[in-house]
Design a protein around this ligand. Sequence first.
Ligand SMILES: [Zn+2]
Length: 455
Amino acid sequence: MKTIKSVVAKIIALLLIVLFTNCSAQKNDVYNSLMEFTNTIKVINTHEHQRTPSELEYSKYNFWTLLHKSYLVADVNSVGTKNLTVEIINKSSLDEMWNMFGEQLNYTANTSYYKHFLEGIKKCYNYNEPVFTKEGIELLSKQIAAKYQNYESWFDECFHKFNFETMFLDQYWAPHNFDIDKKHFTLIFQANKLIYDIGPGKLVYTEQNSDFNEFAKITGVEKINTLNDYLAFTDFMIQRAKQNGAVGIKNSMAYGRSLDYENVSRDRAKELFNKSPEINKAEEKELQDFLLHYILDKAAENNLPVQIHTGYLAGNGNQLENGKPTKLNNLFLLHPNTKFDIFHGGFPWTGEFVALGKMFPNVYLNLVWLPQISKQRAIVTFDEMLDCVPYNKFFWGGDCHLIEEAVGSLEFGKQVVCEVLAKRIENEQMNDETARKIIRAVFSENAIKLYQLDE
Ligand SMILES: [Zn+2]
């Protein structure tokens, strides 16, 4: 009797093991097959700040250079011991760098910034360690130095290998440069400068400026004296950007001020403009607020969606509250014909971000950078987006300065999307066909539609 019981128990245990192994294998199968499918999509990356080494201040390219130009530098500095700077990288050997920053780097091994950076390095170079080590960094630095001998070809190689179709380029460092490499990039008009510079006192468009020269030739306005002149110049710049291929307008002003843009009347703006530069900070803000509203109307007239940075700010030390997504609420109400693409999941206010996308037909939700900031929050947020908002309104972007980090970011973006969708398929909340439609929408089709890339 005892033996029969024990044999039955053994059979049941075996059956359970087989069943369990099968289940988890199937789970991985769903995820893996979604990832495989995602890898076949030519990705429209809706936000990048890609630079070329010739524009940057580094005298050499190694692991530490790439780290310094990545988001991970904020975590390394956040450890609170010592700041990693260009000067230190330029003058120090790899040994010295590891002695100064190895421990700090190790402390960041748990963060999403660290892991997506590592992911990008692994995809682009021959690097298989689970973490960055002193020896690994030495071997890696040799590979990096070799590839950066000809960055243009290295960039192009990675761009195609990882299946990018185009990257939207936000040149915050050169907001009015419209002469970009169109083989890889699509122009976004960075509007911060135009908004910050309003007022005759702060006017930077002198006779040396080719944009202003062109404007003067067409309009006969040789100096900006009135608000009307400035608005005419604003119109001119938007047109010029559009003629040069811009598909949208970008606002990342949360880095410098709050996102609450009051509705200021034209008369009040005129009064302040005429008083400028003898105006105080609050009045300066009113002028900027007025111009932003004006630009939003022009964006609607010109069919240019407006991308807005919301939430957490890159780097170390700033006013977090500046980027709270609900501060934009009045803009969405006052400009129903303007299309808003709001960025970064509004982290840490991801719930606000999702709710705004649900409430407003003209508000679109961009996951850009969120998977790198916090992969876990990106998973929760994307799940919430699927619960609340139609999927024609979702986008992905990288938001990086060099190609390796963009590659790591794309991998994280794919992992987040596929993990959430795979779970829904396993729970029978969604079928495979819908999941694949959503993947295509997030990584390509939605951006093609909203930004009219087919035209
Ligand atoms: Zn950005």
